[in-house]
Design a protein around this ligand. Structure first.
Ligand code: FES
Ligand code: FES
Length: 158
């Protein structure tokens, strides 16, 4: 099958790849670029485990074709820390105990980061709504909601 050349920026690094037309973004990230922090759950766009940012917007990478990402800037969970310092959302998830098995966590964190870009001071209801497309089998969501709000407070500063 013919391959299509694409160029993307992933976590600040320019990358090129020759991809099959039917390759999904999650497979580009995991198999071509070795960024295995993005997890595969349902593979149908229903669970949010595979969430990454594309040009600042959260997407389910299991249902976006790699060729659709041509020319975009992609951020994965590996790209969130700044010079070894965890992103405030990552730190808040740890501090609030919002992680149990951790399978949903990269997608949850990426979704929260994207949401906070548009709403830097969410109410509990808004924080809950922000992750409505992200499923967690372990935590009951309460601590995740608290973590999102704690991160928002910290990012706002004094
Ligand atoms: S693995 Fe992509 S939404 Fe579930
Ligand atoms: S912490 Fe286990 S699925 Fe969310």
């Amino acid at each position: 099958m013919n391959r299509i050349p694409i160029r993307v920026t992933v976590n600040g690094d320019p990358r090129v790849a020759d991809v099959e037309p039917g390759l999904f973004l999650i497979d580009l990230l995991r198999d071509h670029f070795g960024l295995t922090g993005t997890n595969r759950g349902c593979d149908q766009g229903d669970c949010g485990a595979c969430t990454v940012l594309v040009d600042g917007r959260s997407v389910n990478s299991c249902i976006m074709l790699a060729v659709e990402a041509d020319g975009t800037e992609i951020t994965t969970i590996e790209g969130l820390p700044d010079k070894g310092t965890l992103h405030p959302v990552q730190k808040a998830f740890i501090d609030e105990g919002a992680i149990q098995c951790g399978y949903c966590t990269p997608g949850m964190v990426m979704q929260a980061v994207a949401y906070l870009l548009g709403n830097p001071a969410p109410t509990p209801e808004e924080a809950r709504w922000a992750i409505e497309g992200n499923l967690c089998r372990c935590t009951g969501y309460e601590r995740i909601v608290k973590a999102i709000r704690k991160a928002a407070e910290r990012m706002k500063g004094p």
